[in-house]
Design a protein around this ligand. Structure first.
Ligand code: ATP
Length: 510
């Protein structure tokens, strides 16, 4: 399914709505509907259980969105949380300069990929992509162009040379995707933090920011948490919460939002041991993704060439979204940058006494940071499929099925009386529903023919549909239909609970 179809599916079934839709919406802000919130909660639960519940040395917090304004001076966000933006004078559209260059590169790479696909189809098993890339003249020429553009861009970004970026866009003859013109403004730095006022005092003194990342709430609480939970280094603090960024180019549905949710964990380690833990968390987080059944070819590591001001190593876990490989999660070795800056600006010591080394130090930090909404999009885009299957009469029909991992599926089981006008069946089905609802999110549905009800459940990813029929009244058995295989089995009612939890429990993937 493409992104457009995914967006309309999410709306139709109550996963995600545009915020304030009746007022024509608010750009890059979205609301989660009845099924969306369940899926999102399951994602959070999977993360929280894996991080906090499964690690004795990781504890959770829930810090405020508002923080003392000095926090953002210390973290560098006031000075350095900027995107380079450029406007097209004809279309009046605003772009991130680096993204314009990246999409120019993407287009060149797509041409090469086409040639590679063609050659691969022609030569079959004998095709060697590495050799083809290094010998085909057209591909070599394109690669030279790509390397030139990326090297120049990285150089200008690192030195914050906005004029250089503008000149590069002109030199590469990049046109506005909307107007097709090359009539650009200068490139300007734009701070991504939203600000507001504290109480009724105006001016810089009372300026508050909506946090652009949850991490700083962890750093400023580092000693409170360490002391109160008696943790010893290495240990981690985890948090799930909202973050806000005034993204210039907010497209691609919930991939880039202005209000979003992060799941972040800061792991505090001895100075000098950060690379060991960086490698550890890199592997551990990749395993977390794969445990959901995400195929290898949908996940990538992408090392950062431009390191943020606070990092000495950084890698993204990229996912193959409908619009290509993009960052899903970041793993960053943040050194002692944040704690040291907070220590300096607040005048309060943020040191840890290491009893084994008998010494005080400011710990180093390895961070894992994943966007809950991006995780949602990754799961939905992988799950939604259109399939040709036989219908009840054995004829071919199409079904839309959300093959979500059963542990993430919003509804675990649907309880369906075969027909709705037989009181005994309806009563028996209500009994089953009332029993199961204590342990699982279930839906009771008696409207329409059974085949249509199955299709509705397929479309929202329900792993099991349980049908109560006349045989149920005789021997207390039901048919249980499995979403992906569509296999149906008769089992006793008392086995339902075990059967559903065996497949849908998050514990299976921890
Ligand atoms: P990008 O390069 O895509 O802007 P980033 O490198 O700024 O992302 P981080 O600051 O590392 O992102 O944030 C950690 C995670 O938070 C990201 O991996 C992503 O999953 C999520 N995230 C960041 N910005 C957004 C956003 N605007 N909307 C949704 N999720 C986001």
């Amino acid at each position: 399914m493409n992104l457009k179809q995914l967006i309309s599916h999410c709306k139709e079934y109550g996963f995600i709505f545009q915020s304030s839709e009746i007022y024509d919406g608010l750009a890059a802000v979205y609301d989660y509907g009845p099924l969306g919130i369940e899926l999102k909660n399951n994602i959070k639960q999977y993360w929280w259980k894996s991080m906090v519940q499964m690690h004795q040395n990781i504890v959770g917090i829930d810090s405020s969105i508002f923080m003392h304004p000095k926090t953002w001076e210390a973290s560098g966000h006031v000075d350095a949380f900027n995107d380079p933006l450029i406007d097209n004078k004809d279309s009046k559209k605003r772009y991130r300069a680096d993204q314009l260059i990246e999409s120019y590169v993407g287009k060149i790479e797509a041409k090469s990929q086409k040639d590679i696909d063609k050659a691969s189809a022609k030569f079959g098993d004998a095709f060697d992509e590495v050799q083809f890339r290094s010998t085909n003249n057209r591909i070599i020429d394109r690669q030279t162009k790509i390397d030139y553009a990326l090297n120049a861009m990285n150089k200008f970004l690192a030195s914050e040379d906005m004029e250089g970026l503008k000149n590069l866009i002109e030199e590469l003859e990049i046109a506005c995707p909307e107007s097709g013109s090359r009539n650009w403004t200068e490139v300007r730095q734009f701070n991504l933090m939203f600000s507001t006022q504290l109480g009724n005092i105006s001016g810089e003194e009372s300026k508050l920011y909506l946090r652009p990342e949850t991490a700083q709430g962890i750093f400023v609480n580092f000693l409170n948490v360490q002391k109160s939970s008696r943790q010893k280094i290495p240990f981690g603090i985890a948090q799930i919460g909202k973050a806000f960024r005034n993204e210039i180019v907010a497209r691609q549905f919930i991939f880039r939002m202005r209000e979003f949710e992060q799941m972040e964990m800061q792991f505090f380690v001895r100075p000098g041991e950060e690379m060991k833990w960086y490698e550890y968390w890199k592997e551990s987080r990749m395993k977390w993704h794969k445990a959901l059944g995400t195929p290898e070819d949908h996940l990538n590591f992408h090392n950062h060439e431009n390191l943020a001001h606070y990092a000495n190593a950084a890698v993204d876990i990229e996912f193959k979204f409908p619009f290509g490989f993009r960052e899903l999660e970041g793993i960053h070795s943040r050194t002692d940058f944040d704690l040291l800056s907070h220590q300096e600006l607040s005048g309060k010591k943020l040191q840890y006494f290491d009893p084994e080394l008998n010494e005080n130090y400011v710990p180093y930090v390895v961070e894992t940071s994943i966007g809950c909404d991006r995780m949602f999009l990754s799961q939905m885009s992988m799950a939604l499929q259109e399939e040709t299957v036989p219908d009840a009469n054995g004829k071919e029909s199409t079904r839309v099925v959300a093959k979500l991992h059963p542990a993430l599926a919003p509804v675990k089981a649907a309880v369906l009386p075969l027909v709705k006008n037989k009181e005994e069946l309806v009563n028996a089905a209500s009994d089953v529903y009332n029993k199961l609802k204590k342990d699982f999110i279930c839906q009771y549905d008696e409207k329409d023919a059974i085949g249509r009800r199955y299709r509705r459940q397929d479309a929202i990813g329900t792993p099991f549909s349980i049908t109560i029929d006349f045989e149920t009244l005789e021997n207390n058995t039901v048919t249980i239909r499995e979403r992906d295989s569509m296999d149906q089995q008769r089992i006793p009612i008392e086995q339902l609970n075990k059967r559903i939890s065996e497949v849908t429990s998050i514990n299976n993937i921890l």
